[in-house]
Design a protein around this ligand. Structure first.
Ligand code: SF4
Ligand code: SF4
Ligand code: SF4
Length: 224
C-alpha cells in the first residue's frame, strides 16, 4: 500500500463505492476547512447521537503573539487551523488488538467496527486508540464509534460527514486511489505518529499546521 502521498478535496475521492475488498479512507484539505463543524453535526444527526460523545470532532488550534521589532513596527505570528477527526479505520488498529471481548473487527471495506452485542464496556479500546476514536456511551454502557457510514458506502453513497461538508474539505474513497498530492501527510499538529496504527487519513495541510505547536494551542479540548 502506498501511504502518505495521496489526498483529495472531492466529496467522494474516487468511484467504487459499494465495492468491498478495498481499504477505504478519508482525505482532508485543511486549507479549505473553516471549522464550521457541519461534518460533526451531520454525523451526530444521521446516527442519532444526541448530546453524548460525537463520532467526528473538529479540533481547533490557535496561537501566536504580536511583537515589536527594532524599528518599532508590530509583527505577529498568529495562526488558526482545524483538524476534522473521526476513526481512521487504521490498517493496524490497536483498538482491535487490545479488545478484551473480540468485539471489534475490520470489515470488507476496511472499516473497523464495534459489535455492540459483544462489547462489555471495558473501554480498553478507548484507552489504546491514540486518536481517542472509541467513545463510551454511558446510557448503553458500551463503546460506539465511527463505522465509516458502512450502510451508505455499501449502497454506493459517501459518508454523511463527507457529503455534508460545505467547503468540500473532506474526501473519501479507496485509500490508495485518492488523488496524489505531493503535500499530503498523515500527521499534523499534535497528532500521534502514524507508524503506530497506520491511519487511513490523508491530510493536505495548511502551512501553520506543519509548524511545531504546543498543547496550549488546542482551544476546544472540552469539546473533543
Ligand atoms: S464541515 Fe468541512 S469545513 Fe466544516 S469543520 Fe467539517 S471539514 Fe471543516
Ligand atoms: S483510529 Fe483508533 S479506533 Fe479507529 S481503527 Fe485506528 S486505533 Fe482503532
Ligand atoms: S463516516 Fe459516518 S460515522 Fe464516521 S464520522 Fe463520518 S458520518 Fe460519522
Amino acid at each position: 500500500m502506498t501511504r502518505a502521498k495521496a489526498t483529495s478535496a472531492s466529496v467522494v475521492g474516487t468511484g467504487a463505492l459499494g465495492d468491498s475488498h478495498h481499504q477505504f479512507g478519508f482525505s482532508f484539505d485543511q486549507r479549505r476547512c473553516t471549522g464550521c463543524k457541519t461534518c460533526e453535526m451531520a454525523c451526530r444527526d444521521y446516527h442519532d447521537l444526541g448530546v453524548g460523545p460525537a463520532f467526528r470532532t473538529v479540533h481547533e488550534y490557535a496561537g501566536g503573539i504580536w511583537t515589536q521589532n527594532d524599528e518599532g513596527a508590530w509583527e505577529h505570528d498568529v495562526f488558526a487551523f482545524y483538524v476534522s477527526m473521526s476513526c481512521n479505520h487504521c490498517t493496524n488498529p490497536v483498538c482491535l488488538r487490545f479488545c478484551t471481548s473480540d468485539a471489534i473487527a475490520k470489515d470488507d471495506f476496511g472499516f473497523v467496527r464495534v459489535d455492540v452485542e459483544r462489547c462489555t464496556g471495558c473501554q480498553v479500546c478507548a484507552l489504546s486508540c491514540p486518536y481517542h476514536a472509541p467513545r463510551f456511551n454511558e446510557a448503553s454502557a458500551h463503546i460506539e464509534k465511527c463505522d465509516g457510514c458502512h450502510d451508505r458506502v455499501a449502497a454506493g453513497l459517501g459518508p454523511i460527514c463527507v457529503e455534508a461538508c460545505p467547503q468540500r474539505a473532506l474526501g473519501f474513497g479507496i485509500y490508495d486511489d485518492l488523488v496524489d498530492h505531493p503535500l499530503a501527510v498523515e500527521r499534523v499538529a499534535l497528532m500521534p505518529d502514524p507508524v503506530i496504527t497506520q491511519p487511513n487519513y490523508a491530510i493536505e495541510p495548511c502551512e501553520a499546521a506543519l509548524r511545531a505547536v504546543g498543547p496550549d494551542t488546542l482551544r476546544n479540548l472540552g469539546e473533543i
